[in-house]
Design a protein around this ligand. Structure first.
Ligand SMILES: [Fe+2]
Ligand SMILES: [Fe+2]
Length: 337
């Protein structure tokens, strides 16, 4: 079983994915402004501890096309994905926001506590929660955020299924054990696919619309334009594929001829060994010339190993708090772009 796009379409093929990439090819480049720096703290990148258990849970519910809301996920195997992003503006301003919520509430509570997130949320220092996509490991942990700031502004891709909205509203899903006991009453912002939304000067969001396994649709990702460095691409799972994600920046963003940094899950070898197709992607992404690559989560240890072998500038980590390897940026580690 493979956790690739449900249609099996190649990136860029005719279909839902092409809408964002067609937009990338259209018209001129857009100016998203500049920022001074971006600091990313990996709160957690370990969404599951045993890929075989994860795949078995999915298989028992009918395979990758089964809805994530009816899979009987093993609660002993769930962690989550979440990062704290701090943007420094050229004017000296400082902004903080949260990227994704993680999955298992008790695991995420500890991870958030370790990084001081509850205090920041209570003080209103975290300006919004940016949810890349509604996958279990990025969104089911919503209560662990709302507990400290129930009204926080939330930005989602405008491709959520009904179940995602119901979880926000306070639903409980018995089989998948997804639950949120704090009905959300804040400002929900929805981003349409194939548009560039500027969040701050030098920080923009783009939604890639595509079918994703486990009843999920669309993923939004971030681009930062860091002065004197170049574009930094930040993603949750990068279900849209790293090649399209990077190419969008090269084609559509001013400054996109210099791709400086990369952070997040690249969904190349999420649960095991590197396939020939995965290796092809790793080799192809070399053409973008990223100078700082902090790939973790569903990039997969085997894919990062290949990047290291190819001499890519992989940012190393400390292998703490459940992260399985020091080879890449893991839980509690920080990268500055
Ligand atoms: Fe993920
Ligand atoms: Fe995902």
């Amino acid at each position: 079983m493979k956790l690739t796009a449900a249609t099996g379409e190649a990136p860029g093929a005719a279909g839902p994915l092409s809408k964002t990439m067609a937009f990338a090819q259209s018209g001129g480049k857009e100016d998203i402004g500049l920022c001074k720096s971006v600091k990313i703290t990996c709160i957690s990148e370990t969404s599951w501890f045993d890929g075989n258990v994860l795949m078995k849970n999915m298989k028992d519910a009918g395979g990758p096309q089964a809805s994530q809301w009816i899979v009987d996920w093993d609660p002993e195997n769930s962690g989550g994905y979440s990062s704290l992003i701090e943007v420094e503006g050229l004017d000296g301003s400082h902004h903080k926001f949260l990227l994704d919520t993680g999955w298992n509430n008790s695991f995420m509570d500890k991870a958030f506590e370790r990084e001081g997130v509850p205090a920041m949320l209570k003080k209103g220092e975290i300006e919004f929660l940016y949810v890349t996509h509604e996958h279990f490991d990025h969104f089911f942990g919503i209560e662990s955020v709302l507990r400290y700031d129930p009204q926080i502004r939330i930005i989602i891709p405008n491709t959520f299924y009904d179940e995602g909205y119901r979880l926000l509203a306070g639903a409980e899903f018995e089989r998948s054990k997804a639950k949120n006991s704090i009905p959300y009453k804040g400002t929900l912002v929805k981003h349409d696919p194939a548009k560039i939304y500027r969040l701050y000067p030098g920080c923009a969001s783009v939604t890639f619309d595509l079918p994703i396994p486990c009843r999920t649709r669309g993923e939004q990702s971030l681009y930062f334009n860091v002065k004197d460095k170049g574009i930094v691409c930040v993603t949750g799972c990068c279900h849209q594929n790293i090649i399209d994600f990077a190419e969008f920046a090269s084609k559509k963003l001013e400054g996109g001829e210099t791709l400086y940094g990369l952070y997040g899950g690249l969904h190349i070898a999420p649960v095991g060994p590197l396939t020939p197709e995965g290796e092809k992607t790793v080799r192809e992404m070399g053409k973008f010339g990223f100078r700082k690559m902090a790939c973790n989560h569903c990039t997969g240890v085997s894919a990062v190993q290949k990047m290291v072998e190819l001499g890519y500038p992989v940012v190393r980590g400390s292998g703490r708090y459940g992260s399985p390897s020091e080879m890449y940026l893991g839980n509690g580690d920080v990268v500055l772009f």
